[in-house]
Design a protein around this ligand. Structure first.
Ligand SMILES: [Zn+2]
Length: 136
């Protein structure tokens, strides 16, 4: 698996995700526990929060939907952060890995490795043997 260098743009993306979850987290109802930030190849950044951690409305889905709705077609890098430890990055769940792979297998995903280091890899690397329409 190839690891990409974390750039200053990536650190800004992480900051945007943290700002988003700090703004949207609802401590009373425990709603919105994950924030995501997505940088498109246009340079535009979109942010979003999860609407349910149980039913698949992950922050990655919400932010991808916002970017696509705004007309974005090419995606560069995405990151998700937790409200419980805002400096901890969230690895995408399996469903999100598949979604990211389908939109853009080369999209970079920023996450923490097992030692807590910030790393950047491709969605394709996060989902070996991904399902594709060709498999039907
Ligand atoms: Zn997910």
């Amino acid at each position: 698996m190839k690891y990409y260098t974390i750039s200053e743009e990536d650190r800004e993306l992480i900051r945007r995700g943290i700002e988003t979850i700090r703004m949207c987290y609802d401590p009373v109802r425990k709603h919105h526990q994950v924030g995501a930030a997505l940088r498109c190849k246009s340079g535009n950044i979109y942010t979003g929060v999860n609407c349910s951690g149980i039913h698949g409305a992950c922050a990655e889905y919400i932010v991808m939907g916002a970017a696509v709705t705004a007309g974005e077609k090419e995606f560069d890098t995405i990151v998700a952060v937790r409200e419980t430890a805002p400096n901890s990055l969230y690895a995408p769940c399996g469903n999100c890995r598949q979604m990211l792979f389908e939109y853009c297998p080369d999209i970079k995903v920023i996450l923490n490795d097992a030692q807590g280091n910030i790393v950047k890899v491709t969605a394709a690397d996060l989902l070996p043997f991904a399902w594709t329409a060709v498999d039907e």
